[in-house]
Design a protein around this ligand. Structure first.
Ligand code: FAD
Length: 292
């Protein structure tokens, strides 16, 4: 039981994303990270599927360990672009057997070799899963619009269609400017999108990482962030300190604004997630008690 129940009873949620390491059989490092993250008692942990070149093969296995060994609700990402229905059935069947109840249903990025396969958009996968299976469905949303989208308005219409197809909850692309997210929330509510929308936050840990993120998803980088990356980027410890402080500040403001939850893109760096979780402990506790 996710997430519908989690969202009703534990709002605001606090959760983590991890990605499987590249290569087969190289899971020790991820289990160390899972162990550390589990001790922070998140509401759920999501496991990516092939994102940034990470292994697809290990998503089911890692998701199963989180669900069954740590007893933490798991959200398994799944992309459909280039895949057949049979391939999706194989993975969905394996996830179901392992007791995973929640799928983040995605299209996936179109690269040069991408063949569309039997699914064109995430909404096709959502409809397919809803017809045949009993998973809770989560879907992605983009506060600064998806890079391919012609306009924010068209992207929002497609988002509404995804929700109408069966998405129970949305998790956002990372953003560094909370005002962007608040404007986005207002637009979704005007359109009648009423499912919970979880804010995706990625702590900045190096100048390279932020450059990569901006090129991958087009996130706006506020002047404050540009300044601290320039000032501290030469020193790995200093930039991490600044990144943790900035993410903490972003989250405190989001929680004060009443967001449905925070999903932390941990990049498998449990130490950073731990520092942020410690900064927020009293705040999260006070909000959960207040809203219970
Ligand atoms: P869609 O919702 O299908 O949208 C893709 C584009 O098509 C958008 O521009 C949209 O406006 C447009 N569109 C949608 N429906 C229609 C329609 N009916 N007609 C015309 N246009 C339409 N990638 C991975 O490979 N693995 C992961 O694990 C992963 N996890 C992610 C987690 C989150 C929270 C986010 C935000 C992204 C993640 N991604 C991941 C990246 C994601 O796969 C890409 O952003 C991808 O390009 C779009 O996926 P989507 O599910 O949002 O696609």
């Amino acid at each position: 039981m996710f997430e519908k129940e989690i969202l009703q009873s534990k709002n605001p949620t606090f959760s983590f994303e991890i990605f499987p390491p590249k290569g087969v059989g190289n899971l020790e490092s991820i289990y160390d990270a899972v162990d550390a993250l589990a001790s922070l008692m998140p509401d759920f942990i999501s496991v990516t599927y092939g994102a940034g070149g990470s292994s697809r093969d290990n998503t089911v296995e890692i998701a199963s360990v989180i669900q069954n060994k740590y007893n933490i609700p798991t959200l398994a990402h799944l992309t459909c672009v280039g895949s057949t229905k049979l391939e999706m059935d194989n993975i969905l069947g394996a996830l179901s057997e392992k007791g995973i109840k929640n799928i983040l249903a995605l299209r996936g990025d179109l690269n040069e070799e991408a063949v569309l396969g039997e699914f064109k958009y995430a909404s096709d996968l959502i409809t397919y899963i809803k017809d045949k299976y009993n998973f809770n469905i989560v879907s992605a949303c983009y506060p600064e619009k998806h890079l391919e989208a012609y306009s924010m308005a068209s992207d929002l219409q497609h988002l509404k269609y995804k929700v109408n197809s069966g998405a129970d909850m949305l998790v956002s692309q990372l953003f560094f400017d909370n005002e962007v997210f608040y404007r986005f929330l207002d637009k979704t509510r005007v359109l009648g999108i009423e499912v919970p929308i979880i804010a995706g936050i990625m702590p900045i840990t190096s100048p390279k990482q932020i450059e990569r993120m901006v090129s991958l998803c087009g996130a706006t980088v506020p002047e404050t962030v540009q300044k601290f990356v320039k000032a501290y980027g030469h020193n790995s410890m200093a930039i991490k300190e600044a990144g943790i402080a900035y993410a903490t500040q972003q989250i405190i403001d989001l929680l004060a604004h009443g967001v449905d939850g925070i999903h932390l893109y941990t990049m498998n760096q449990a130490d950073i997630a731990k520092r942020i979780a410690e900064n927020l402990r009293g705040i999260l506790y006070s909000l959960k008690v207040k809203r219970a």
